[in-house]
Design a protein around this ligand. Sequence first.
Ligand code: IPE
Ligand code: MG
Length: 237
Amino acid sequence: MDGNGRWAQKQGLPRIAGHEAGVQCIQGILETLAPKGVKFVTLYAFSTENWGRPQEEVDGIMDVFSEAVASQTQALHEKNVRIVHVGKTENLNPDLREAVAEAQRLTRNNTGITLNVAFDYGGRAEILEAVRRIIKDGLDPDVIDEELFSRYLFTAHCPDPDLIIRTGGEQRISNFLLWQSAYSEIYHTPTLWPDLGADELEEVLVSFSLRRRRYGGLNPEDQSPEDQAPEARAPQK
Ligand code: IPE
Ligand code: MG
């Protein structure tokens, strides 16, 4: 959800107004994506590194997030959205931790979009935590495969992302879903997060649908006849 601060500054507003605008657009985005068949959406709202911002901004973001959980959970529940927090809980203040837990409990049997909220999330921290838990569980190294490892991540309940949209013009991953994004398609846009609207999202989905995903392999049409085994080639006249 990058670009909130710049969005506010462009309008002569304090950065926190951008974070407020950034949470206001969540429901519109889900309403655009749900009819397209999207089943999982992960919002990267606050990274483990974002604690390093000025204390005033961190406090402001915590207030905005608390307020969003309080005011939006019921509406999301009525839209059949399942809310899942992805990230660490220890550093959240106890009220927020409890509100997030309650939002998860309330919506856990919903069958519409799963909304993962990555808050105090970092990909490296997540991988290390998975390693620690695997060791604590005393697993035999020979049984640890990619499938098992994925089940130790915060995202154990969902598939790897097909598409990652990075707003705000930066062209980097910034510690987001490092393990899970191995074969994700990536879309960069200079649009600031609060300005990401239905029209652009629909364009993004069209562009995604035209991509050819090979997962390191080759599509049959990428091979020339010379690459094929002689017996598979059409007989020469
Ligand atoms: C992203 O917006 C939201 C959070 C990191 C919480 P930024 O705050 O990074 O906005 P810009 O990049 O300064 O515009
Ligand atoms: Mg930023």
